[in-house]
Design a binder for this molecule. Structure first.
Ligand code: HEC
Ligand code: HEC
Length: 300
């Protein structure tokens, strides 16, 4: 999510911290400020542009493009950006001074040398020219081994429902028996696990407010999409380690059960990575608490 207006504020914040570090003795500083400053200050060693390019090619290009022109409007271009700015933003994501669901996962996996190298590489790329086209997404991060679980309504367990008041939507979560049995036994979800989430628009009343059913959940109206995650042996082998979720693959399907080619799975993977200890499933707790292993397809 691009938060317009946030960037100048954060840049000022970083620069302010940096200046403070120069003025004040290090002993008086908070640990995070020292960390920020040490990442921000150029080191004695020259940056290695080729090493930076290799890192970008493997990971960052999935979103920012190999040439620093990003793959989508909500992802910033980095081509021609000042290396100090890039390094300062990565340091801020690392320290938590700047937060983003994706970059807060990626930046802490970069070493100080990585940061200098990728910053030098991106800044060496020609900046955005008028009419420049967006970069293509990476094939290994758009392809998926996920297949549509045709009979999930009758064979999967419905284990969770979530109201989304802001977007006036409601989501229904289903897991297959392999996933449900493991979760209820407190075990990591094994290969063969499948989870699918139906995303509906909520039925609205005359005042355009979602109608709430007796169970407290919004009444579903039109199905918008189906989000799935499935895992199988070696399914993650083509995914760079910084993004990889072991052997999970992701996919989005249309209401007609057609695979959508537009989602960038780098985003699914990066965002789900913090749920590593929960088999990459944010709602694992709900699945583990599910009452019985029998299918429960609900009313809708
Ligand atoms: C899965 C997609 C994804 C990947 C992979 C990714 N980024 Fe990002 N990056 C983003 C998004 C989205 C933002 C915007 C964050 C925000 O709005 O605060 C961003 C922002 C940034 C920024 C701040 C740019 C600015 O204008 O302030 C830098 C620097 C950056 N990324 C560097 C990297 C580097 C280096 C890598 C590889 C190691 C990388 N990113 C990999 C999605 C990604
Ligand atoms: C911005 C972070 C973010 C991104 C990007 C993201 N997810 Fe999720 N996902 C979540 C969170 C948080 C939940 C749990 C709550 C919810 O469903 O909103 C979730 C839940 C899920 C679930 C149910 C299992 C679980 O983890 O609880 C599936 C399946 C899923 N996402 C698939 C996808 C797919 C496919 C993509 C990429 C097209 C994707 N997600 C991208 C954050 C994200």
């Amino acid at each position: 999510m691009l938060q317009t207006g946030l960037l100048p504020v954060l840049a000022d914040e970083v620069i302010a911290v940096f200046h403070q570090c120069i003025r004040r003795p290090h002993t008086a500083l908070l640990g995070s400020m020292v960390l920020l400053a040490s990442f921000y200050l150029p080191s004695a060693q020259a940056a290695d542009i080729a090493a930076g390019k290799a890192k970008v090619e493997n990971v960052c290009s999935a979103c920012h493009g190999l040439n620093g022109i990003s793959v989508a409007d909500h992802i910033p271009n980095l081509a021609g950006q000042k290396p100090e700015y890039i390094a300062a933003q990565l340091a801020a994501f690392r320290s938590g001074a700047r937060k983003n669901e994706i970059m807060s996962v990626i930046a802490p996996q970069l070493s100080k040398a990585d940061i200098e190298n990728v910053a030098a590489y991106f800044s060496s790329q020609p900046g955005m020219v008028p009419g420049a086209v967006k970069s293509a997404m990476l094939p290994n991060l758009t392809q998926t081994r996920v297949t549509f679980p045709a009979n999930y309504r009758s064979t999967f367990k419905r284990y969770h429902v979530l109201n989304l008041p802001d977007s006036k939507q409601v989501k229904f979560y289903y897991a297959n028996q392999v996933a449900a049995a493991a979760a209820m036994a407190g075990k990591p979800l094994p290969d063969g696990s499948e989870i699918i989430v139906e995303n509906y628009s909520a039925k609205l009343d005359a005042a355009q407010k979602p109608i709430v059913g007796q169970d407290g959940y919004f009444i579903a109206d039109a199905l918008r999409s189906l989000a799935t995650m499935q895992r199988g042996a070696n399914w993650g082998k083509d995914i760079p380690e910084m993004l990889r979720n072991e052997d999970w693959n992701y996919a989005i399907f249309t209401p007609e059960h057609q695979l959508r080619g537009d989602p960038n799975h780098a985003e699914c993977l990066a965002c789900h990575k913090p749920a590593k200890d929960a088999s990459y499933v944010f709602t694992l707790g709900e699945l583990g608490k599910a009452k019985s292993a029998g299918a429960d397809t609900g009313s809708k």
